[in-house]
Design a protein around this ligand. Structure first.
Ligand SMILES: NC(=O)C1=CN([C@@H]2O[C@H](COP(=O)(O)OP(=O)(O)OC[C@H]3O[C@@H](n4cnc5c(N)ncnc54)[C@H](O)[C@@H]3O)[C@@H](O)[C@H]2O)C=CC1
Ligand SMILES: CC(=O)C(=O)O
Ligand SMILES: [Mg+2]
Length: 370
C-alpha cells in the first residue's frame, strides 16, 4: 500500500502523523510512503530524514491525495482538502465528527473510508489513540490556566500555588479520565486546591487512592458544579462521551456566578465543548472573554508542543496504521474490533452512532456498510 503523510494545515499545528522511524517500519513491511514536502518541519524532522528512512517526497497535498491508498493527518481535513479525497481512499486521522457537521457531510460525499483515531477503542473501553494527546492536553491545561490567571493576560492575578501565608488558587477539573487526571496531577503539583469530578464512582475511588491530599474527588452533578465554579480560579473541561457531542455542563447562568478574571480551559472543545459559552479557538487567538471569564478553547492544544506530541502520538498510531496497511481496510475492519470502532464514515454511510445521532443522520453498522 502507498501511505501518504500530509502536512498539517490547521493554524499553528506543528505535529506530523508519522516520524522517519515510523516510515522505516512501514517500508520494512513492504509499503511505500509518500511524505508531503516539509510535513515534519514543525516536529524537527526534515525531508532528508524521511528520504533516508525510505520515503518519497511529494510537492503538494494534491499529489499525496492523488496517489496514496491511505492518507494520514493529525487533525481533520480542512475545506481546501475536501475535494482532493478520492473515493475508496482511506483517511486515517483525528476527525471529531460529532462536533463538525460540514466535515461529516464532506466525508459522506467523498465516498472514502474514514477511520478516526479518537474512536478506536480497546475492549476495556480505553481509547489508545486519544490517550497520548489527552495526556499532553491535560498537562497543558494547567499551564494555560496558570498563564491566563496573570493580569497581563486578562486574568484576575492569582498565583495557582499561592505562597507561604497566602491561599493557593482553586482548580476544578470536570471529568476524571485521561485529560482530567493529568490536569489534576499538574495542579496538585503546583500546590493548588484541586477538585476533580466524574460520574463514575469506580473512577473516583481510583483517583481518591492515587491522587495527593490536595485533590478532592466529587461526584459530578449540576448542584456540585454550581457550588464549585463560584470558588474556582481555573475550571478545566475534560469530559467525554466517546464519539458523541460533549454535554454542556457549565451553563450561562453558572458562568455569571464565577469570579471575574477566572479562567475556563475547555479541553473537550474538539467534541463541541462542555461549557455552554465555549467556541473553538486557535493557537493564534486562543482566548475570548464572556462575562469577565477568560475562555481558552483551543481544539488542537498538543500542536503547540509538537516535539513531545508527535512522538507520543506516533508511538500509538503506528501499529494501527501498519495493521490497516498490511490487511487493507476491509480485513482490518473485519478482523480487528478496535479498528472497527474507529470507522466513522464508510463509502458514504455513517458507521458511528454518536455521529449519526449528532446530526440526525442514518446510522449503518460497519458490517453492513459495504
Ligand atoms: N483540545 C485538545 O487539544 C484535546 C482535546 N481532547 C479531548 O478531551 C476530552 C477528554 O478526553 P479524555 O480525558 O481522553 O477522555 P476519557 O474518556 O479518558 O475521560 C472522560 C471522562 O469524562 C467523564 N464524564 C462523562 N460525563 C461526565 C459528566 N457529566 N461529569 C463529569 N465527568 C463526566 C467520564 O466518566 C470519563 O471518566 C475529549 O473530548 C478529547 O477529545 C483530548 C486531547 C487534546
Ligand atoms: C485529540 C486532538 O484533537 C488533538 O490532539 O488535537
Ligand atoms: Mg482536538
Amino acid at each position: 500500500m502507498l501511505v501518504g503523510i500530509l502536512k498539517e494545515i490547521k493554524t499553528a499545528e506543528n505535529r506530523v502523523s508519522m516520524t522517519p522511524a515510523g516510515v522505516e517500519v512501514m517500508v520494512q513491511n513492504g509499503h511505500g510512503v509518500l511524505v508531503e514536502k516539509q510535513a515534519g518541519a514543525g516536529s524537527g524532522f526534515d525531508d532528508e530524514a524521511y528520504v533516508k528512512a525510505g520515503a518519497e517526497i511529494a510537492e503538494t497535498p494534491a499529489e499525496v491525495f492523488g496517489r496514496a491508498d491511505m492518507v494520514m493527518h493529525v487533525k481533520e481535513p480542512l475545506p481546501s482538502e475536501y475535494d482532493l479525497i478520492r473515493p475508496g481512499q482511506i483517511v486515517f486521522t483525528y476527525l471529531h465528527l460529532a462536533a463538525a457537521e460540514e466535515l461529516t457531510q464532506a466525508l459522506i460525499k467523498s465516498d472514502s473510508i474514514c477511520i478516526a483515531y479518537e474512536t478506536i477503542q480497546k475492549a476495556d473501553g480505553s481509547l489508545p489513540l486519544l490517550t497520548p494527546m489527552s495526556e499532553v492536553a491535560g498537562r497543558m491545561a494547567i499551564q494555560q490556566g496558570a498563564k491566563y490567571l496573570e493580569m497581563a493576560q486578562g486574568g484576575q492575578g492569582v498565583l495557582l500555588g499561592g505562597v507561604p501565608g497566602v491561599d493557593p488558587g482553586t482548580v476544578v477539573v470536570i471529568g476524571g479520565g485521561v485529560v482530567g487526571t493529568n490536569a489534576a496531577k499538574m495542579a496538585c503539583g503546583l500546590g493548588a486546591k484541586v477538585y476533580i469530578l466524574d460520574m463514575n464512582l469506580d473512577r473516583l475511588r481510583y483517583l481518591n487512592d492515587v491522587m495527593p491530599a490536595n485533590c478532592v474527588t466529587m461526584m459530578s452533578s449540576p448542584q456540585t458544579l454550581r457550588k464549585l465554579v463560584k470558588e474556582a480560579d481555573v475550571v478545566v473541561g475534560a469530559v467525554l462521551l466517546p464519539g458523541a457531542k460533549a454535554p454542556k455542563l457549565v451553563t450561562k447562568e453558572m458562568l455569571k456566578t464565577m469570579k471575574p478574571g477566572s479562567v475556563l480551559v475547555d479541553v473537550a472543545i474538539d467534541q463541541g465543548g462542555c461549557f455552554e459559552t465555549s467556541q473553538a479557538t486557535t493557537h493564534s487567538e486562543p482566548i475570548f472573554n464572556v462575562d469577565g471569564v477568560v475562555h481558552y478553547c483551543v481544539a488542537n492544544m498538543p500542536g503547540a508542543v509538537a516535539k513531545t506530541s508527535t512522538l507520543a502520538l506516533t508511538n500509538a498510531t503506528l501499529p494501527y496504521a501498519l495493521e490497516i496497511a498490511n490487511l487493507g481496510w476491509e480485513r482490518a475492519l473485519k478482523e480487528n474490533q478496535e479498528i472497527r470502532l474507529g470507522a466513522n464514515v464508510i463509502k458514504g454511510k455513517v458507521t458511528y452512532n454518536g455521529v449519526a445521532q449528532a446530526f440526525d443522520l442514518d446510522y449503518t453498522p460497519v458490517e453492513e456498510a459495504w
